[in-house]
Design a protein around this ligand. Structure first.
Ligand code: SF4
Ligand code: SF4
Ligand code: SF4
Length: 322
């Protein structure tokens, strides 16, 4: 854990219980090294287990909709915060029931990059943010990990590591973490230059390995429907037939990914949770970023509290959709 931030966090969370909060959604240490897991504290005593460290990757906003009638406080990093705004705008969350606790973030260490460079059977005792690097102390000693090499990809292009719109912020503002030499859209732009057949081969290769486990949907705060269209029965078809069969075929994988990408287009918070949980490592952020890029170039900018471009329909729209 990051000692100072964790101490502030525990104090703030305990105080919020005195102020009427009934549930605090935060992080606690996981049972595996370099992993934190969500903590749902319903009593003040439980706040002593809360932590913040460079392994608190989960976007906890997803859990808010499960507790609509509970006064809830939730920890958000910069890349999680947009999800609260969207869900409130879409009337999926009642903002008056939520206390958003913002965490200044120095970036998350990518577990798959870190573990090979840590000794086996390691137990992480402490992490310390040293600006360009994290010091990680284990029972076997201290190691320093340079952020450029060990942060998650999303952090290396992050420009929002101090969350906007929080009701209260923990600790001091964090310095920028983005690697200025990286263009967040570089890969997307590269794919755009491919010939159609090359693009098709690229996506066939990636989407062909999708298992349709739906983990990317389950973790996504923008996937907020209580019943997913892919599991709905098709009216008039034989009993039990759904819009998408259980068979994993390339055509149906495309159907799933394209429909999902459009459902979250303009509403995606950019938390990259969909990509993180994918068991077969499909770089889903490529699709999310491409849709975001196109929306930005094709639609007029929408004010921050207005419905997003693809979430609204107006018969008086100046463009022709026929
Ligand atoms: S993307 Fe930004 S806010 Fe999110 S974990 Fe990385 S540095 Fe923190
Ligand atoms: S998490 Fe990965 S494998 Fe599972 S449905 Fe999503 S893209 Fe496919
Ligand atoms: S589509 Fe992915 S990046 Fe966007 S909000 Fe959902 S989980 Fe986060």
């Amino acid at each position: 854990m990051l000692k100072e931030l964790t101490e502030v966090l525990q104090r703030v969370a305990a105080r919020l219980f005195n102020e009427g909060v009934e549930l605090f959604i935060g992080y606690e240490a996981g049972s595996l090294p370099a992993k934190a897991r969500p903590l749902f504290a319903t009593r003040q005593e439980e706040t002593a287990a809360l932590i913040f460290d460079p392994f608190c990757v989960n976007n906890l906003v997803k859990y808010l909709a499960r507790h609509p009638n509970t006064k809830t406080a939730v920890m958000v990093k910069g890349c999680d915060a947009g999800a609260v705004d969207r869900l409130v705008q879409e009337r999926n969350l009642d903002r008056s029931m939520i206390t958003v606790v913002g965490v200044p973030c120095g970036g998350m260490l990518a577990r798959e990059k870190l573990l090979p460079d840590l000794p086996a059977d390691v137990r992480i005792e402490l992490a310390e943010d040293r600006g360009n690097a994290y010091m990680v102390r284990t029972q076997k000693g201290e190691q320093v990990f340079d952020k450029k090499s060990y942060l998650m990809e999303k952090c290396l292009t992050c420009t929002q590591n101090n969350p906007a719109g929080a009701d209260l912020m923990l600790g001091k503002e964090a310095p920028p973490v983005a690697d200025q030499s990286r263009d967040p859209l570089q890969e997307v732009k590269g794919i755009e230059t491919l010939a159609p057949a090359e693009k098709a081969a690229f996506w066939d290769r990636l989407l062909g390995r999708c298992l349709r486990c739906y983990a990317c949907r389950e973790v996504c705060p923008a996937c907020s429907c209580t019943q997913c269209c892919f599991e709905q029965a098709v009216p008039g078809w034989q009993q039990g037939a759904t819009w998408l069969s259980k068979a994993v075929t390339l055509a149906e994988n495309y159907q799933y990914h394209l429909v999902r990408a459009f459902h979250v287009a303009g509403r995606c918070a950019g938390c990259a949770e969909c990509e993180r949980v994918c068991p077969v490592r499909i770089p889903l952020m490529l699709l999310n970023k491409k849709l975001g890029k196109d929306i930005e170039s094709l639609f007029d900018p929408t004010p921050p509290d207005a419905p997003t471009a693809l979430y609204t329909y107006s018969p008086g729209d100046k463009d022709d959709f026929s």
